[in-house]
Design a protein around this ligand. Structure first.
Ligand code: ASP
Ligand code: MG
Length: 407
Protein backbone atom coordinates (compact mmCIF):
# COMPACT_ATOMS: atom_id res chain seq x y z
CA UNK A 1 0.00 0.00 0.00
CA UNK A 2 1.23 3.44 -0.87
CA UNK A 3 -0.02 6.96 -0.36
CA UNK A 4 -0.35 8.55 -3.79
CA UNK A 5 -1.14 12.09 -4.98
CA UNK A 6 -2.46 12.25 -8.54
CA UNK A 7 -3.10 15.46 -10.42
CA UNK A 8 -5.28 15.60 -13.53
CA UNK A 9 -4.95 18.65 -15.76
CA UNK A 10 -7.61 20.45 -17.77
CA UNK A 11 -7.62 18.17 -20.83
CA UNK A 12 -7.72 15.05 -18.63
CA UNK A 13 -11.03 16.28 -17.12
CA UNK A 14 -12.13 18.14 -20.26
CA UNK A 15 -15.68 16.74 -20.41
CA UNK A 16 -17.90 14.26 -18.58
CA UNK A 17 -16.61 11.31 -20.61
CA UNK A 18 -13.03 12.20 -19.67
CA UNK A 19 -14.03 12.63 -16.03
CA UNK A 20 -15.52 9.12 -16.05
CA UNK A 21 -12.26 7.78 -17.52
CA UNK A 22 -10.31 9.54 -14.77
CA UNK A 23 -12.66 8.01 -12.19
CA UNK A 24 -11.87 4.55 -13.56
CA UNK A 25 -8.18 5.22 -13.30
CA UNK A 26 -8.57 6.43 -9.74
CA UNK A 27 -10.67 3.37 -8.90
CA UNK A 28 -8.00 1.05 -10.30
CA UNK A 29 -5.32 2.70 -8.16
CA UNK A 30 -7.63 2.59 -5.13
CA UNK A 31 -8.47 -1.10 -5.74
CA UNK A 32 -4.76 -1.92 -5.48
CA UNK A 33 -5.09 -0.84 -1.85
CA UNK A 34 -3.50 2.60 -2.13
CA UNK A 35 -4.49 5.77 -0.33
CA UNK A 36 -5.27 8.49 -2.81
CA UNK A 37 -5.41 12.28 -2.87
CA UNK A 38 -6.49 13.60 -6.26
CA UNK A 39 -6.01 17.20 -7.42
CA UNK A 40 -7.96 18.37 -10.46
CA UNK A 41 -7.82 21.45 -12.69
CA UNK A 42 -10.75 23.18 -14.28
CA UNK A 43 -11.93 21.71 -17.60
CA UNK A 44 -9.58 22.91 -20.33
CA UNK A 45 -10.57 26.34 -21.61
CA UNK A 46 -12.76 27.17 -18.61
CA UNK A 47 -10.28 29.43 -16.83
CA UNK A 48 -9.67 31.41 -20.03
CA UNK A 49 -13.40 31.67 -20.60
CA UNK A 50 -13.97 32.97 -17.09
CA UNK A 51 -11.24 35.59 -17.49
CA UNK A 52 -12.81 36.70 -20.78
CA UNK A 53 -16.19 37.07 -19.10
CA UNK A 54 -14.71 39.08 -16.27
CA UNK A 55 -13.17 41.45 -18.80
CA UNK A 56 -16.45 41.65 -20.68
CA UNK A 57 -18.22 43.09 -17.65
CA UNK A 58 -15.38 45.27 -16.37
CA UNK A 59 -12.18 46.43 -18.05
CA UNK A 60 -10.05 46.02 -14.92
CA UNK A 61 -11.75 43.44 -12.72
CA UNK A 62 -10.84 43.47 -9.03
CA UNK A 63 -8.36 40.71 -8.25
CA UNK A 64 -10.38 39.55 -5.27
CA UNK A 65 -13.42 39.06 -7.48
CA UNK A 66 -11.31 37.40 -10.18
CA UNK A 67 -10.17 34.81 -7.66
CA UNK A 68 -13.76 34.33 -6.54
CA UNK A 69 -14.71 33.67 -10.15
CA UNK A 70 -11.73 31.55 -11.26
CA UNK A 71 -11.99 29.25 -8.25
CA UNK A 72 -15.36 28.05 -9.58
CA UNK A 73 -13.66 26.30 -12.52
CA UNK A 74 -11.96 23.79 -10.24
CA UNK A 75 -14.97 23.59 -7.95
CA UNK A 76 -17.00 22.16 -10.82
CA UNK A 77 -14.49 19.41 -11.59
CA UNK A 78 -13.90 18.28 -7.99
CA UNK A 79 -17.64 17.75 -7.47
CA UNK A 80 -18.07 15.93 -10.80
CA UNK A 81 -15.03 13.75 -10.14
CA UNK A 82 -16.33 12.80 -6.69
CA UNK A 83 -19.75 12.00 -8.18
CA UNK A 84 -18.18 9.91 -10.94
CA UNK A 85 -16.32 7.95 -8.26
CA UNK A 86 -19.53 7.42 -6.30
CA UNK A 87 -21.03 6.15 -9.55
CA UNK A 88 -18.44 3.36 -9.68
CA UNK A 89 -18.76 2.57 -5.99
CA UNK A 90 -15.72 4.41 -4.61
CA UNK A 91 -16.02 6.44 -1.40
CA UNK A 92 -14.80 9.94 -2.23
CA UNK A 93 -15.15 13.47 -0.92
CA UNK A 94 -14.37 16.76 -2.68
CA UNK A 95 -12.75 19.76 -1.02
CA UNK A 96 -12.13 23.31 -2.16
CA UNK A 97 -8.63 24.64 -1.45
CA UNK A 98 -9.90 26.29 1.73
CA UNK A 99 -11.57 23.10 2.93
CA UNK A 100 -8.36 21.21 2.23
CA UNK A 101 -6.53 23.55 4.62
CA UNK A 102 -4.38 25.25 1.95
CA UNK A 103 -3.36 28.62 3.43
CA UNK A 104 -1.77 31.25 1.21
CA UNK A 105 -0.48 34.79 1.44
CA UNK A 106 -2.70 37.72 0.42
CA UNK A 107 -1.50 38.13 -3.19
CA UNK A 108 -4.72 37.64 -5.13
CA UNK A 109 -4.31 35.88 -8.53
CA UNK A 110 -0.73 34.78 -7.73
CA UNK A 111 -0.79 33.71 -4.11
CA UNK A 112 1.95 31.61 -2.55
CA UNK A 113 1.14 28.63 -0.36
CA UNK A 114 2.23 29.29 3.25
CA UNK A 115 1.05 26.16 5.05
CA UNK A 116 -1.20 23.19 4.55
CA UNK A 117 -3.18 21.79 7.43
CA UNK A 118 -3.37 18.23 6.13
CA UNK A 119 -4.77 16.62 9.31
CA UNK A 120 -8.37 16.29 8.09
CA UNK A 121 -7.28 14.88 4.69
CA UNK A 122 -5.14 12.26 6.39
CA UNK A 123 -8.10 11.38 8.61
CA UNK A 124 -10.24 10.82 5.49
CA UNK A 125 -7.54 8.67 3.90
CA UNK A 126 -7.44 6.51 7.00
CA UNK A 127 -11.19 6.03 6.69
CA UNK A 128 -10.66 4.74 3.17
CA UNK A 129 -11.96 7.77 1.30
CA UNK A 130 -10.43 9.15 -1.86
CA UNK A 131 -9.93 12.88 -1.29
CA UNK A 132 -10.48 15.15 -4.31
CA UNK A 133 -8.95 18.62 -3.93
CA UNK A 134 -9.50 21.67 -6.13
CA UNK A 135 -6.20 22.72 -7.65
CA UNK A 136 -5.00 26.31 -8.07
CA UNK A 137 -6.73 27.77 -5.01
CA UNK A 138 -6.40 28.41 -1.31
CA UNK A 139 -7.53 30.74 1.43
CA UNK A 140 -5.67 33.62 3.06
CA UNK A 141 -5.58 34.64 6.72
CA UNK A 142 -8.51 37.00 6.12
CA UNK A 143 -10.64 34.10 4.95
CA UNK A 144 -10.55 35.25 1.31
CA UNK A 145 -10.32 32.83 -1.61
CA UNK A 146 -7.02 33.16 -3.49
CA UNK A 147 -5.62 31.53 -6.63
CA UNK A 148 -2.03 30.45 -7.24
CA UNK A 149 -1.28 31.80 -10.71
CA UNK A 150 -1.96 30.12 -14.08
CA UNK A 151 -1.12 26.46 -14.11
CA UNK A 152 -1.28 26.48 -10.31
CA UNK A 153 -2.94 23.08 -9.95
CA UNK A 154 0.50 21.54 -10.38
CA UNK A 155 1.63 23.48 -7.34
CA UNK A 156 -1.35 22.27 -5.32
CA UNK A 157 -0.43 18.67 -6.14
CA UNK A 158 3.26 19.01 -5.33
CA UNK A 159 2.56 20.90 -2.09
CA UNK A 160 -0.04 18.34 -1.01
CA UNK A 161 2.38 15.51 -1.79
CA UNK A 162 4.86 17.14 0.58
CA UNK A 163 2.20 17.84 3.22
CA UNK A 164 0.72 14.32 3.35
CA UNK A 165 4.16 12.68 2.95
CA UNK A 166 3.06 10.90 -0.21
CA UNK A 167 5.09 7.96 -1.46
CA UNK A 168 4.34 8.95 -5.03
CA UNK A 169 3.14 12.01 -6.93
CA UNK A 170 1.82 11.62 -10.46
CA UNK A 171 1.07 14.60 -12.71
CA UNK A 172 -1.33 13.47 -15.44
CA UNK A 173 -1.44 15.58 -18.56
CA UNK A 174 -2.01 15.17 -22.31
CA UNK A 175 1.60 14.37 -23.18
CA UNK A 176 3.51 11.20 -22.34
CA UNK A 177 6.25 12.93 -20.41
CA UNK A 178 9.22 15.18 -21.01
CA UNK A 179 10.93 14.75 -24.38
CA UNK A 180 14.43 15.48 -25.66
CA UNK A 181 12.76 18.00 -28.01
CA UNK A 182 9.28 18.88 -29.21
CA UNK A 183 8.23 15.69 -31.09
CA UNK A 184 6.13 17.76 -33.50
CA UNK A 185 9.32 19.47 -34.69
CA UNK A 186 11.98 16.81 -34.14
CA UNK A 187 10.55 13.48 -35.30
CA UNK A 188 13.29 11.48 -33.59
CA UNK A 189 12.70 13.05 -30.16
CA UNK A 190 12.79 10.54 -27.30
CA UNK A 191 10.83 10.47 -24.10
CA UNK A 192 13.14 10.84 -21.12
CA UNK A 193 12.90 8.27 -18.35
CA UNK A 194 14.10 10.83 -15.85
CA UNK A 195 15.28 14.40 -15.57
CA UNK A 196 16.60 16.57 -12.75
CA UNK A 197 14.63 19.48 -11.29
CA UNK A 198 17.17 21.98 -12.62
CA UNK A 199 17.06 20.59 -16.15
CA UNK A 200 13.26 20.66 -16.06
CA UNK A 201 13.33 24.29 -14.87
CA UNK A 202 15.79 25.34 -17.56
CA UNK A 203 13.76 23.59 -20.25
CA UNK A 204 10.60 25.30 -19.02
CA UNK A 205 12.23 28.73 -19.05
CA UNK A 206 13.45 27.93 -22.56
CA UNK A 207 10.03 27.26 -24.00
CA UNK A 208 9.09 23.63 -23.25
CA UNK A 209 6.21 24.18 -20.94
CA UNK A 210 5.13 20.86 -19.52
CA UNK A 211 4.49 22.18 -16.04
CA UNK A 212 4.26 25.40 -14.08
CA UNK A 213 7.84 26.36 -13.10
CA UNK A 214 6.92 27.42 -9.58
CA UNK A 215 5.74 23.92 -8.83
CA UNK A 216 9.02 22.40 -10.02
CA UNK A 217 10.91 24.86 -7.79
CA UNK A 218 8.68 23.86 -4.91
CA UNK A 219 9.28 20.18 -5.62
CA UNK A 220 13.02 20.79 -5.62
CA UNK A 221 12.88 22.67 -2.33
CA UNK A 222 10.87 19.94 -0.59
CA UNK A 223 12.44 17.08 -2.52
CA UNK A 224 9.15 15.81 -3.92
CA UNK A 225 9.85 13.23 -6.61
CA UNK A 226 7.09 13.23 -9.21
CA UNK A 227 6.20 11.61 -12.51
CA UNK A 228 4.77 13.45 -15.51
CA UNK A 229 2.59 11.08 -17.54
CA UNK A 230 -0.43 10.93 -19.79
CA UNK A 231 -3.99 10.19 -18.64
CA UNK A 232 -4.81 9.08 -22.18
CA UNK A 233 -2.70 5.90 -22.08
CA UNK A 234 -0.79 3.69 -19.66
CA UNK A 235 2.73 4.45 -20.84
CA UNK A 236 5.29 5.18 -18.15
CA UNK A 237 6.12 8.88 -17.97
CA UNK A 238 9.17 10.90 -16.95
CA UNK A 239 10.38 10.94 -13.36
CA UNK A 240 11.50 14.36 -12.13
CA UNK A 241 13.90 14.18 -9.23
CA UNK A 242 17.03 15.46 -7.56
CA UNK A 243 20.20 15.37 -9.63
CA UNK A 244 22.24 12.22 -9.12
CA UNK A 245 25.81 11.59 -10.22
CA UNK A 246 25.05 9.32 -13.20
CA UNK A 247 22.86 11.98 -14.78
CA UNK A 248 26.02 13.88 -15.67
CA UNK A 249 26.97 11.17 -18.15
CA UNK A 250 24.45 12.70 -20.51
CA UNK A 251 25.85 16.04 -21.62
CA UNK A 252 22.70 17.43 -23.22
CA UNK A 253 19.33 16.10 -22.13
CA UNK A 254 17.05 18.30 -24.16
CA UNK A 255 16.67 20.98 -26.81
CA UNK A 256 14.02 23.66 -26.34
CA UNK A 257 12.72 26.38 -28.61
CA UNK A 258 11.00 29.60 -27.61
CA UNK A 259 9.38 31.48 -30.48
CA UNK A 260 7.71 34.02 -28.24
CA UNK A 261 10.75 36.28 -28.01
CA UNK A 262 11.69 39.63 -29.47
CA UNK A 263 15.15 41.13 -29.71
CA UNK A 264 15.61 44.71 -28.57
CA UNK A 265 18.69 46.62 -29.70
CA UNK A 266 19.57 49.84 -27.96
CA UNK A 267 22.36 51.35 -30.02
CA UNK A 268 24.71 54.28 -29.55
CA UNK A 269 24.03 54.75 -25.89
CA UNK A 270 26.52 56.83 -23.93
CA UNK A 271 29.13 54.46 -22.49
CA UNK A 272 29.32 55.64 -18.90
CA UNK A 273 28.48 54.20 -15.48
CA UNK A 274 24.74 54.14 -14.87
CA UNK A 275 23.50 53.91 -18.46
CA UNK A 276 22.70 50.20 -18.29
CA UNK A 277 21.20 50.63 -14.85
CA UNK A 278 18.83 53.33 -16.13
CA UNK A 279 17.79 51.21 -19.12
CA UNK A 280 16.99 48.12 -17.09
CA UNK A 281 15.38 50.09 -14.26
CA UNK A 282 12.95 51.59 -16.78
CA UNK A 283 12.17 48.11 -18.16
CA UNK A 284 11.67 46.69 -14.69
CA UNK A 285 9.36 49.54 -13.71
CA UNK A 286 7.33 48.86 -16.85
CA UNK A 287 7.01 45.20 -15.81
CA UNK A 288 9.01 43.89 -18.78
CA UNK A 289 10.80 40.60 -18.19
CA UNK A 290 14.27 40.68 -19.75
CA UNK A 291 15.98 37.43 -20.62
CA UNK A 292 19.28 37.35 -22.56
CA UNK A 293 21.47 40.46 -22.28
CA UNK A 294 24.55 41.19 -24.34
CA UNK A 295 26.58 44.41 -24.34
CA UNK A 296 29.30 44.98 -26.88
CA UNK A 297 32.61 46.70 -26.20
CA UNK A 298 32.17 50.47 -26.14
CA UNK A 299 33.79 52.43 -28.97
CA UNK A 300 34.02 56.18 -29.48
CA UNK A 301 32.23 56.65 -26.17
CA UNK A 302 29.08 54.76 -27.18
CA UNK A 303 27.94 51.17 -26.73
CA UNK A 304 25.17 48.86 -27.94
CA UNK A 305 22.96 46.82 -25.64
CA UNK A 306 20.98 43.89 -27.01
CA UNK A 307 18.50 41.82 -25.06
CA UNK A 308 15.39 39.69 -25.49
CA UNK A 309 11.90 40.19 -24.05
CA UNK A 310 8.64 38.28 -24.47
CA UNK A 311 7.15 39.31 -27.81
CA UNK A 312 4.03 40.74 -26.20
CA UNK A 313 6.20 43.12 -24.15
CA UNK A 314 8.33 44.52 -26.97
CA UNK A 315 6.26 47.63 -27.59
CA UNK A 316 5.95 48.36 -23.91
CA UNK A 317 9.73 48.03 -23.72
CA UNK A 318 10.18 50.51 -26.55
CA UNK A 319 7.80 53.00 -24.91
CA UNK A 320 9.57 52.66 -21.56
CA UNK A 321 13.00 53.19 -23.13
CA UNK A 322 12.41 56.29 -25.23
CA UNK A 323 12.24 58.81 -22.34
CA UNK A 324 15.25 57.20 -20.64
CA UNK A 325 17.37 57.45 -23.76
CA UNK A 326 16.39 61.09 -24.11
CA UNK A 327 17.50 61.61 -20.51
CA UNK A 328 20.82 59.77 -20.94
CA UNK A 329 21.40 61.63 -24.18
CA UNK A 330 21.40 59.71 -27.44
CA UNK A 331 20.66 56.10 -28.36
CA UNK A 332 18.10 54.41 -30.59
CA UNK A 333 15.78 51.48 -29.97
CA UNK A 334 15.07 48.86 -32.62
CA UNK A 335 12.83 45.81 -32.20
CA UNK A 336 13.30 42.57 -34.14
CA UNK A 337 10.45 40.13 -33.79
CA UNK A 338 11.51 37.54 -36.38
CA UNK A 339 13.83 35.74 -33.98
CA UNK A 340 13.60 32.72 -31.69
CA UNK A 341 15.60 31.29 -28.85
CA UNK A 342 17.07 27.81 -28.93
CA UNK A 343 18.50 26.23 -25.79
CA UNK A 344 20.36 23.03 -25.06
CA UNK A 345 20.14 21.87 -21.46
CA UNK A 346 21.94 19.21 -19.45
CA UNK A 347 23.61 18.81 -16.05
CA UNK A 348 26.48 17.03 -17.81
CA UNK A 349 27.66 20.42 -19.12
CA UNK A 350 29.11 21.09 -15.69
CA UNK A 351 31.73 18.43 -16.26
CA UNK A 352 32.08 18.17 -20.05
CA UNK A 353 33.89 20.53 -22.37
CA UNK A 354 33.16 21.37 -25.98
CA UNK A 355 29.39 21.65 -25.74
CA UNK A 356 29.28 25.17 -27.16
CA UNK A 357 31.79 24.25 -29.89
CA UNK A 358 29.70 21.23 -30.95
CA UNK A 359 26.50 23.27 -31.09
CA UNK A 360 28.00 26.22 -32.95
CA UNK A 361 29.80 23.98 -35.47
CA UNK A 362 26.63 22.02 -36.22
CA UNK A 363 24.76 25.26 -36.92
CA UNK A 364 27.62 26.68 -38.97
CA UNK A 365 27.62 23.52 -41.12
CA UNK A 366 24.08 24.31 -42.26
CA UNK A 367 24.67 28.05 -42.48
CA UNK A 368 22.52 29.16 -39.54
CA UNK A 369 23.71 32.44 -38.09
CA UNK A 370 23.87 32.93 -34.32
CA UNK A 371 22.74 36.39 -33.24
CA UNK A 372 23.08 36.20 -29.45
CA UNK A 373 24.59 33.72 -27.00
CA UNK A 374 24.11 33.30 -23.25
CA UNK A 375 25.00 30.45 -20.95
CA UNK A 376 24.29 29.14 -17.48
CA UNK A 377 25.98 26.26 -15.72
CA UNK A 378 23.66 23.75 -17.39
CA UNK A 379 22.35 25.61 -20.44
CA UNK A 380 23.47 27.31 -23.64
CA UNK A 381 20.93 29.58 -25.31
CA UNK A 382 21.23 31.23 -28.67
CA UNK A 383 19.06 33.51 -30.77
CA UNK A 384 18.56 32.67 -34.45
CA UNK A 385 16.23 33.68 -37.28
CA UNK A 386 12.74 32.37 -36.45
CA UNK A 387 12.44 30.94 -39.96
CA UNK A 388 15.30 28.53 -39.28
CA UNK A 389 14.84 27.69 -35.61
CA UNK A 390 13.01 24.37 -36.16
CA UNK A 391 15.83 23.25 -38.44
CA UNK A 392 18.31 24.45 -35.80
CA UNK A 393 16.53 22.29 -33.21
CA UNK A 394 16.82 19.22 -35.44
CA UNK A 395 20.48 19.91 -36.11
CA UNK A 396 21.25 20.39 -32.40
CA UNK A 397 19.28 17.24 -31.51
CA UNK A 398 21.42 15.27 -33.99
CA UNK A 399 24.69 16.89 -32.94
CA UNK A 400 24.21 15.64 -29.36
CA UNK A 401 22.91 12.21 -30.49
CA UNK A 402 19.68 12.70 -28.60
CA UNK A 403 17.77 10.26 -30.82
CA UNK A 404 20.04 7.51 -29.52
CA UNK A 405 19.98 8.63 -25.91
CA UNK A 406 18.27 5.41 -24.82
CA UNK A 407 17.21 6.83 -21.47
N1 ASP B 1 -7.26 26.20 -14.15
C1 ASP B 1 -6.04 26.93 -13.89
C2 ASP B 1 -5.44 27.44 -15.18
O1 ASP B 1 -5.95 27.15 -16.25
C3 ASP B 1 -5.07 26.15 -13.10
C4 ASP B 1 -4.51 24.92 -13.79
O2 ASP B 1 -5.05 24.43 -14.76
O3 ASP B 1 -3.49 24.42 -13.33
O4 ASP B 1 -4.46 28.13 -15.14
MG1 MG C 1 -3.79 23.50 -16.63
Amino acid sequence: MARIVQKYGGTSVGDVERIKKVAERIKATRDEGNELVVVVSARSGVTNELIARAKAVCEHPSERELDMLLATGEQETIALTAMALHGVGVAAVSYTGAQAGIFTDRMHTKAKIKTINAGPIIEDLKQGKVVIVAGFQGINDDGQITTLGRGGSDLTAIALAAAVHADKCEIYTDVDGVYTADPRVVKTAQKLTEISYDEMLELASSGSKVMQSRSVEFAKKYNVVFEVRSSFNHNPGTIVKEEVAYMEKVVVRGVAVDKDQAKVIVSNIVDKPGSAAKVFRALADAGVIVDMIVQNVGRHGVANLTFTVPQGDSHRAQKALEPVLAEIGGGQVAIHEQIAKLSVVGVGMKTHTGVAATLFQALADVGINIELITTSEIKISIVVDIARVDEAARVAHEAFHLSQLGV
